[in-house]
Design a protein around this ligand. Structure first.
Ligand code: FES
Length: 398
């Protein structure tokens, strides 16, 4: 339904913009910022050192003993090896390119269906590479937006990922006044949106077609997500069950009888993380005689080093062959799939029409959280998003 609204409903605003030169310039001044949060990835190999340094010193992401010394040491030791991996996928991460494409398509669709909050403009706030949170928030203040929707691009919430990006926003405003003329609100999780499950199901269907008909129904669908230290799971991080919810929704949308499992990739360091690990699972299934697999990266909305290198090169090209898997395919990330753009648009449109600024789910800490940073960050967002009047609900046109 949303798609047909979007196709047919050219707003008055856009007609006005097309018709009048100077007025159009004014009209294009953004009214609503959609701030897309993600970790980001190095666009060039020169950025790899700084990127790793920021990750290894981010205590929201990873906790190490004497982190201020050990973190930079690990980062510098790993830089060359990680640079090599980026070289093997073309010299850099495509996350910024995909996020800009998604943001552009999303805001075009929002302009069509939500004339009251248009023009919408997307902003990118990455945690570990430019454009950083600070630059982005300074820019949207400068642009004079009236409304800012902080929109996590990790659909499933974790204190280590979305939580870390939100803490960076709280840090930015520590020594600076929060602009009282901007109404802030946030979407921090959306992993159970049905259209998200639908786009993953489409991506799986595309790959199922590549298997011979006589084995197609038996292909094992192996959902894979970035793992998390067991310490974080035991603290009560909601990520594992939110990822599971996306898996269930995807299988429901897929509607086939293919077996499936959820496994975890990209563990770092010696401590125990959430298992089974993806590489171990591929080897174990090969031993069990499962020879046909599809890997589905279920927790990232665009291609990145973990899909293009870890899954495609290390697991599909190398490990699966050595293990004796006959055929393994990797489902594409959502990227610019039209259903995905529709999903994002619907998430934002529902958020704007709900009038909600910050969810109680976000404001509730993990049961075993002992981080003063989490506490102060949640207090900050409670104030930031409630500072202004409760945002006016904005309804889509039909
Ligand atoms: Fe989850 Fe602090 S670790 S709220």
């Amino acid at each position: 339904m949303l798609a047909s609204i979007c196709r047919t409903n050219l707003t008055k605003l856009q007609r006005g913009a097309a018709a009048f030169g100077t007025a159009a310039e004014e009209i294009r001044k953004p009214k609503t910022a959609i701030v897309m949060l993600n970790m980001g990835g190095p666009e060039t190999v020169d950025q790899v050192g700084g990127y790793l340094h920021r990750i290894m010193t981010d205590r929201d992401m990873i906790q190490l003993p004497v982190q201020s010394k050990l973190g930079p040491w690990i980062a510098s030791r790993r830089t060359e090896e990680v640079q090599k991996k980026y070289n093997e996928i073309g010299g850099g991460s495509p996350i910024l390119k995909w996020t800009n494409t998604q943001g552009k398509l999303l805001t075009e669709m929002l302009d069509r269906i939500l004339p009251d909050s248009a023009p919408h403009k997307h902003y990118v706030a990455f945690r570990y590479v430019p454009p950083f949170t600070e630059e982005t928030f300074a820019q949207l203040e400068k642009d004079g937006v009236e409304r800012a929707v902080i929109f996590s691009q990790y659909p499933q919430y974790s204190c280590a990922t979305t939580g870390s990006s939100l803490n960076a926003i709280a840090d930015f405003y520590k020594n600076r006044n929060v602009p009282s003329n901007i109404t802030f609100s946030m979407i921090e999780r959306w992993g159970n949106h049905p259209l998200l499950g639908k786009v993953f199901a489409e991506r799986i269907r595309d790959k199922l077609q590549l298997f011979p008909e006589n084995v197609r129904d038996d292909v094992l669908v192996l959902f894979t997500a970035h793992s998390l230290p067991l310490k974080a799971v035991s603290r009560g991080d909601t990520y594992p069950h939110e990822v599971s919810a996306t898996v269930s929704s995807t299988m429901q949308q897929l509607g086939t009888r293919n077996p499936h499992r959820l496994v975890w990739q990209s563990k770092v360091g010696p401590l125990p993380w959430l298992q089974p690990y993806t590489d171990d699972a591929i080897k174990a299934y090969a031993k069990q005689g499962r020879k046909h697999l599809i890997l589905v990266p279920i927790a990232f909305v665009n291609e990145h080093i973990e899909t293009l290198h870890e899954l495609d090169i290390e697991y599909c090209d190398e490990l699966a062959k050595e293990a004796g898997i006959e055929q393994i395919e990797r489902a594409a990330a959502p990227n610019d799939h039209p259903i995905f753009i529709e999903a994002m648009t619907d998430v934002v449109a529902q958020h704007l029409s709900s009038g909600q600024h910050v969810s109680k789910q976000f404001l509730t800490r993990c049961p075993h959280c002992v981080s003063a940073r989490c506490h102060s960050s949640k207090e900050f967002f409670k104030k930031l998003c409630n500072n202004n009047e409760k945002p006016e609900p904005i309804a889509a046109t039909s």
